[in-house]
Design a protein around this ligand. Structure first.
Ligand code: TRP
Length: 353
């Protein structure tokens, strides 16, 4: 096995309303990854966003808003690299090469495409179908070893691993001939987990919390202020029983399980620890504690996002700086890939006559 330097990559789509699920399942974990001795790259994946039509003005605002959320949550743009995908051309370029590595049969198995395309598959964009290949390119343009993602991205990470392995075997002798040993791409590890890997709707514990749910009460948006957060937690669906004292007792109680999971993630502990404290309590009491906790953790992020989005010039400067640093890593990867695949790369220009 070849040892690759640890590098962390992840992405968030700028497609509107960031909510508690995006925060606990992704952004909060990105912040925690910064404690590792690895370069972290956090990307606003605008190329992915347009696989479904986006209003151009709204898209621009959403790219800045996701960036603001990253910064407000505690991602440090000096040590981590914060950027938007479309500013680094290597993502799209590598995606094309991976289009020629990935197989139709692999993409046909992707459940997210089936969900998003719905019944009218013929009318889905080609980009929506190809989405997972671009995602593999995002990750492998940096030869990232670790990718923190939510549970729903597991299948896309498996595809990324398949593409890396197929590239490594298809081009094995060329990889060796160009001095890269036996493998050019790492087999990336997904980092999925924590108490809130899947945050569910506050109105229906069997559905994921989603920006597209018709009911705004089903989710806590990162732009909600303290009053709205309190109101939504108090209205959250529950069952009539008291909280159990062990996680076993959460089985078959999806709403209770979800609220306990959210509490655990926000307070950086486990479901077990939360139930050790609140087992036997009625939901009214538990919700009171959850309101206090959610407001304590989310209100400062909300305030900082407001402050940051008021100054788009600063956000754009962070993105430009991040893009330059990202490209400095991705460009040499693409040069090497072109050599491995057998392309003739641009040499010195002809002297002027
Ligand atoms: N598909 C991811 C999501 O919807 C976003 C994403 C795009 C991503 N490229 C990525 C996540 C690369 C991790 C790594 O959540």
């Amino acid at each position: 096995m070849v040892a690759f330097k640890e590098l962390v990559f992840s992405g968030v789509q700028p497609t509107g309303n960031l909510h508690l699920g995006n925060y606990l399942g992704a952004i909060k974990r990105f912040v925690e990854m910064q404690a590792r001795p690895a370069q972290c790259l956090y990307c606003v994946v605008d190329l992915h966003a347009i696989t479904l039509w986006q209003d151009p003005e709204a898209l621009r605002g959403q790219i800045r808003e996701v960036t603001a959320a990253f910064l407000a949550a505690g991602i440090d743009p000096r040590t981590s690299i914060v950027f938007n995908q479309s500013q680094v051309p290597q993502h799209a370029e590598l995606a094309w090469i991976f289009n020629c590595v990935a197989r139709l049969g692999w993409l046909n198995r992707m459940t997210q495409f089936k969900d998003k395309a719905g019944k009218d598959r013929e009318n889905a964009s080609v980009g929506l179908y190809d989405y997972p290949v671009l995602m593999a390119a995002d990750i492998l343009a940096y030869r990232a070893t670790h990718v923190p993602v939510g549970e729903d991205q597991k299948q896309h990470l498996e595809l990324t691993r398949d593409i890396a392995q197929k590239f490594n075997t298809d081009f094995g002798s060329s990889i060796a001939a160009h001095g890269h040993g036996e493998a050019f791409f790492p087999v990336t590890e997904p980092l999925i987990g924590g108490p809130a890997a899947r945050v569910m709707s506050l109105r229906d514990g069997s559905k994921k919390m989603s920006k597209s749910d018709a009911s705004d009460n089903s989710r806590i948006n990162l732009t909600d202020d303290a009053d709205l957060i309190a109101q939504k937690v108090r209205k959250a669906k529950t069952d009539p029983d008291a909280l159990p004292s062990e996680t076993e007792g959460l089985k078959g109680r999806p709403e209770a399980d979800n609220l306990v999971g959210i509490f655990a993630a926000l307070s950086e502990t486990t479901r077990e620890a939360v139930l050790a404290e609140y087992g036997g309590a009625q939901f009214s009491a538990f919700k009171g504690a959850l309101v206090d906790l959610a407001v304590e953790k989310l209100a400062p992020i909300n305030a900082e996002m407001k402050r940051l989005t008021a100054d788009p010039g600063h956000i754009d400067a962070v993105l430009a700086d991040g893009a330059a640093r990202a490209e400095a890593i991705a460009a040499p990867t693409l040069d090497a890939v072109k050599d491995i695949v057998g392309f003739v790369r641009r040499g010195p220009r002809l002297a002027a006559v």
